[in-house]
Design a protein around this ligand. Structure first.
Ligand code: ADP
Length: 446
């Protein structure tokens, strides 16, 4: 019997013997293998006709597995409580500047510069809150297996370039020395482009966040054992050995300074792991310990290597550098929606024809031969699916890029749009960065 449990067991037994009452007690008992296991011990007396105890009978039940499960549950529950407290804190943080800004805007004496400054503050804080809420929703959808991936063949170099683009400003702000070592930039894998960009930008973002200003971050791309391997390595704060095995668990974070200036909800790596595994890959972390930097490695199954020039053709142009002046078209019966989208497309240098109905759109498309069309699905005359089929069958637009813009984001809706001949499916309200990415893609092809 474990020394710590002996006194209790002896006392319970003595009490039961004296009173003639049954007893139960939990104690750790050493097994034949030498390790302690937890038993639930229960015994009751048998009395004779005079009431004297003649025998004790009882059971010893090994409850080690239940004990372990309970302590894991308690730990998970504690992490969840800590997470909720932190979440409340993180969501409340941006509210202070937003409410101050609202008060400021009430003052009549504000000049134009101040108004702009104040609205920038609101914009920034709202963007921060939106990111937190999006991460929360996303992690819950991904970990419950509710996301559908849109798999396509992808060139590693371009995928990684897009991820780098997303964390560019953070790397610059902290003046990190960032190096890409990419002998494997032409490697091809199959996966969901957006989700993989999310994976790599998360890892790069962490490397930037957890490496003091002026640190070194290296991204490596190579083929290993029939897989594409992407390593993100930094010389930052590192990860303590006891934390390392749990680093990809939901809500896990290292101790933080009380101001939590680095933000984050401890969701990023859980998301990274779920997304990589959903796409047949694996991810792990190494670190020499606190202060010794960290390395995160992702492996994804390769499709096959392709020649360098073909790969280069698959690399989309950098945002902003795409050829300008591509003919586009927007079809939407909501005039405000159609006009704001067309203004955006014109603002980045393209020609845009706008139509508020399908019949008119077909006529217009014949004349202006757009390379990229954004079609609303709920149109008054024929619906967007029928319109897409018709455009696909016309010589002028057979090869154009067709984008469905709808309020319906269920997997079925997406499948239906793709079946009708759409290349892409955007859910309203469309995100500007998504639109611009499509525009760059179409411009690079045109
Ligand atoms: P968050 O960054 O929002 O806290 P993550 O899930 O992305 O959540 O990361 C979980 C924890 O792992 C972080 O809080 C941090 O303690 C640790 N971590 C992640 N990346 C690194 C890194 N490159 N260097 C050191 N620690 C890291």
């Amino acid at each position: 019997i474990h020394p710590d449990d002996r006194a209790l067991l002896v006392a319970e037994r003595a009490r039961a013997h004296a009173s003639g009452e049954p007893y139960d007690v939990k104690a750790r008992i050493r097994s034949a293998q030498g390790d302690y296991r937890t038993y639930f011990i229960r015994a009751a007396p048998l009395h004779d006709s005079t009431g004297a105890i003649v025998q004790w009978f009882g059971t010893d039940t090994d409850v080690t597995a239940i004990e372990t499960a309970q302590s894991e549950l308690r730990a998970a529950n504690r992490r969840k409580d800590e997470f909720l407290a932190m979440l409340a804190h993180e969501l409340r943080n941006p509210l202070a500047p937003i409410s101050t800004a609202a008060e400021l805007l009430k003052l009549t004496a504000l000049d134009e510069r101040r108004v702009r400054q104040t609205s920038d503050i609101i914009g920034r804080q709202v963007a921060h809150m939106t990111k937190l809420v999006d991460d929360l929703l996303d992690v819950s959808r991904v970990t419950r297996g509710l996301v559908t991936l849109q798999e396509e063949t992808l060139v590693m170099g371009s995928l990684v370039a897009d991820a780098v683009e997303q964390v560019h400003s953070m790397l610059e702000d902290k003046r990190h020395q960032f190096t890409i070592d990419a002998p494997g930039e032409n490697l091809r894998i199959r996966g969901d482009r957006t989700r993989l960009i999310q994976v790599f930008s998360n890892l790069l973002n962490n490397a930037a966040k957890y490496t003091p200003a002026g640190g070194r971050i290296t991204l490596r791309l190579r083929a290993v054992d029939g897989q594409a391997e992407i390593g993100v390595e930094d010389n930052g704060i590192g990860i303590a050995a006891p934390l390392l095995p749990y680093i990809f668990d939901l809500f896990t974070q290292a101790e933080r300074s009380p101001d939590r200036s680095q933000g984050g909800l401890g969701l990023g790596l859980a998301l990274v792991k779920s997304l990589v595994e959903l796409q047949g890959g694996s991810v792990w972390a190494d670190s020499g310990g606190p202060g010794k930097g960290s390395r995160f490695t992702v492996r994804l199954p390769l499709v096959q290597a392709i020649p360098a020039d073909a790969a280069a053709a698959g690399v989309p142009a950098q945002p902003g550098s795409a050829a300008h002046g591509v003919q586009m078209m927007v079809v939407d019966d909501n005039r405000d929606a159609a006009q704001t989208l067309s203004m955006l497309l014109e603002a980045v240098g393209h020609q845009v024809a706008v139509s508020y109905g399908a019949a008119e759109a077909i006529e217009m498309a014949r004349r202006c031969r757009p390379a990229l069309l954004f079609l609303d699905i709920g149109l008054p005359d024929i619906d967007g699916y029928a319109l897409a089929r018709q455009l696909r069958s016309m010589r002028e637009t057979a090869g154009a890029m067709l984008v469905a813009v709808t309020g319906y984001g269920q997997p079925d809706d997406r499948a239906r749009a793709l079946a009708a001949g759409f290349d892409r499916h955007l859910v309203k309200p469309v995100r500007i960065d998504e639109v611009l990415a499509l525009v760059d893609e179409a411009a690079a092809k045109a």
